[in-house]
Design a protein around this ligand. Structure first.
Ligand code: PLP
Length: 391
């Protein structure tokens, strides 16, 4: 594992030592059930409620508006299914480049009789608020547009869309799984009704997340059982996970400004070098998250490049981690207008806390070597050369 470079922080991040230290007491001595009335239970309850207060303060929300979940996928399911079940209306608006946690849930809701409109992004990977407004119908119950895209890193005009939703009396959800801990999220200023986040994307543990539900916004319980989380999300609380999430979010918010400057400079350094490699294009435009870059390589599949980089000691991803192994090209890259072949040539490099300038230079150099080797092996490239379409 020595000397490996990890550049897939949009897939997951390393658990921070400070976070682990905060979690350990709740995995060892502090094993009480937060619902128990005796001392061990009360200690666990106190830890959960402190964490809830901490998360609420960081999001500029009220503590009664924060609910812990098992992660981003559950949060997204909870809001979509919970709202559509509760609302008398059956129409749902989303972007065509949402994470599968939203897209596949919407498909399931469609099979249950909901109507879904999918808004196409522009070529730079952004959703137009005017397009969202034009899609609103009498029976629209919910609009769900992600804060930042997980493949391109593009940041969406969430405030504008939230204002439009409110003006039309429609609820608004944003999947902020990639944004949380990386850009400021202020519930009061953003004007959203629901927001999803997940701890493992910002140095916290896997399997724990949170949703913000604005006071008064209605969302039927998705998981039924005990009365935990005010009956919104049943199940014994993951005390260590909750404590870890809160600590990881606090650390990320403290370091956010400086990290954004550092990561933006690293991403620009990477992009400059990668675009010097022949037949490469950059996908997605500004505004975007500091750490996520996305490139397409003509006539070479991103999966092969990622495999070669893995052999060279570098972890990057051809698109999102959840879609790997799939034969289909990235739905995000096709949504921004890339044809099937170009979309299969996509490669996401997502930078994080541990990455350095030296690592960026090594990634770019190994990428140039891999692209050159693979191009020589590519049958598509040979055919293009025979037809005079490539040198
Ligand atoms: N939404 C987005 C935008 C994501 O990037 C991810 C994870 O990749 C998820 C949702 C799912 O989150 P989790 O892995 O916590 O289930």
């Amino acid at each position: 594992m020595e000397n490996r470079i990890y550049a897939d922080h949009a897939a997951t991040t390393r658990l921070r030592q400070e976070v682990l230290a905060e979690m350990l007491p709740w995995l060892e001595g502090g094993f009480g059930n937060a619902s128990s009335l005796y001392r061990e239970g009360r200690a666990a309850r106190k830890a959960v409620e402190n964490a809830r207060r901490g998360v609420a303060a960081l999001l500029h929300a009220d503590r009664n508006e924060i609910f812990f979940t098992s992660g981003g996928t559950e949060g997204d399911n909870m809001v979509l299914r919970g709202v559509m079940k509760h609302a008398g209306k059956r129409h749902l608006i989303l972007s065509a480049m949402e994470h599968h946690a939203i897209l596949h849930t919407a498909e399931a809701l469609e099979r249950e009789g909901c109507a879904v409109t999918r808004i196409q992004p522009d070529k730079s990977g952004h959703i137009s608020p005017a397009d969202v407004e034009a899609a609103i119908r009498e029976d629209t119950a919910l609009i769900s547009i992600m804060t930042a895209n997980n493949e391109l890193g593009t940041i969406q005009p969430v405030r504008e869309i939230a204002a439009i939703a409110r003006a039309h009396g429609v609820l608004f959800h944003t999947d902020a799984v990639q944004a949380a801990g990386h850009i400021p999220l202020d519930m009061a200023a953003m004007g959203v009704d629901f927001l999803t986040l997940s701890a493992h994307k910002f140095g916290g543990p896997k399997g724990i997340g949170a949703i913000y539900i604005r006071r008064g916004a209605a969302c039927a319980p998705f998981i039924t059982g005990g009365a935990q989380e005010h009956g919104v999300r049943a199940g014994t609380e993951n005390v260590a996970g909750i404590v870890g999430l809160s600590r990881a979010l606090a650390l990320s918010c403290e370091e956010m400004e400086a990290e954004a400057v550092r990561l933006t400079a690293l991403r620009q350094r990477l992009t400059e070098q990668v675009l010097r490699i022949p037949h490469v294009r950059e996908n997605g435009g500004e505004p975007r998250l500091p750490g996520i870059a996305n490139f397409s390589f003509t006539a070479i599949e991103g999966e092969y490049i990622a495999m070669m980089l893995d052999n060279a000691g570098i972890a990057v991803s051809p698109g999102s981690a959840c879609a790997s192994g799939s034969e289909e090209p990235s739905h995000v890259l096709t949504a921004i207008g890339l044809d099937r072949a170009a979309a299969k040539g996509g490669l996401r490099i997502s930078l994080g806390r541990e990455n350095t300038e030296e690592e960026i230079d090594r990634i770019a150099a190994e990428l140039a070597i891999a692209a050159e080797k693979l191009r020589h092996m590519s049958p598509t490239w040979s055919a293009m050369r025979r037809m005079g379409m490539a040198e």
